[in-house]
Design a protein around this ligand. Structure first.
Ligand SMILES: [Zn+2]
Ligand SMILES: [Zn+2]
Length: 257
């Protein structure tokens, strides 16, 4: 890949690449939907329910995790904003091969927006039941979750550090293999944006559930919501709606509490 080609690709894709910051980790992600849905590795967000997303121009947004698939090591995050974001171009069918030049885009070791060039060394490298694209692009902490890009600026994989133990080797989850998961998760979120995320198992639950349907864990976000829905009268103990001014049972002024 010529450097002119590389800068053209970077120009095309940089608005769609983000830094993902949690209390514990830093990683890379990319925008998979214009409403601000970001994809990264699940091990980047771990058990966080909230994170910070930093854009190429250094603006940053609060974001919440909407679903995680810990088996596939993929997490979905929603940027809290009504802005329209630039979606990355994602490869829809497998038209790459061993020897093809690729770019990894990420924030290795906290250096922002670093581009590394390499080639595809092997396809279908199976580790722990998942088939990876193997490259000679070293994946460092911070690079994880970022895209592997082809010579037309399309995302072909998600770089992941998790299994890269040898230096000089990088692995990426093929985007083709997770397209159904991506499409389903985004669709599910758009249908029920107020549904609630379980940070224990990664499942997205009904907006009213107090416990996770899948793993049984308490959904703290909803427990808090329910708490906020009522105002308990300090005089008689009656549960009043959160916006009530007077207690419906004893007439006590709830605004004074
Ligand atoms: Zn759960
Ligand atoms: Zn009362």
């Amino acid at each position: 890949m010529k450097s002119a080609t590389i800068s053209k690709i970077i120009k095309k894709i940089k608005e769609s690449i983000v830094v993902v910051k949690t209390d514990k980790n830093i990683g890379t992600g990319f925008i998979a939907d214009k409403i601000g849905i970001v994809i990264t590795n699940a091990h980047v967000v771990e058990d966080s329910t909230e994170c910070e997303i930093q854009m190429f121009d250094n603006t940053s947004y609060s974001a919440k995790v909407i679903e995680s698939n810990f088996d596939m090591d993929i997490a979905f995050i929603k940027i809290i904003s009504n802005r329209v974001f630039k979606k990355a171009s994602i490869l829809k069918r497998k038209d790459y091969n061993v020897g093809d030049e690729v770019l990894a885009y990420g924030n290795p070791l906290g250096f922002e927006n670093t581009v590394t060039k390499g080639i595809i060394s092997a396809l279908d490298r199976e580790i722990g039941g998942i088939k990876y694209i193997q490259t000679d692009v070293p994946i460092n902490p911070g690079n994880s979750g970022g895209p592997l890009i082809d010579n037309r600026g399309r995302i072909i994989g998600i770089n992941t550090l998790k299994i890269a133990d040898a230096s000089g080797i990088g692995f990426a989850i093929p985007i083709i293999d997770i397209l159904p998961l991506i499409n389903l998760t985004i669709k599910k979120y758009k249908l029920a944006p107020d549904s609630v995320y379980c940070n224990v198992c990664g499942f997205r639950n009904d907006s009213n559930s107090l416990w996770c349907e899948k793993c049984g864990a308490k959904l703290l976000e909803n427990v808090e919501k329910v708490k906020k829905k009522y105002k308990k009268c300090s005089e008689c103990g009656e549960k009043n709606p959160a916006d009530a001014k007077w207690c419906k049972k004893c007439g006590h002024n709830l605004d004074l509490e």
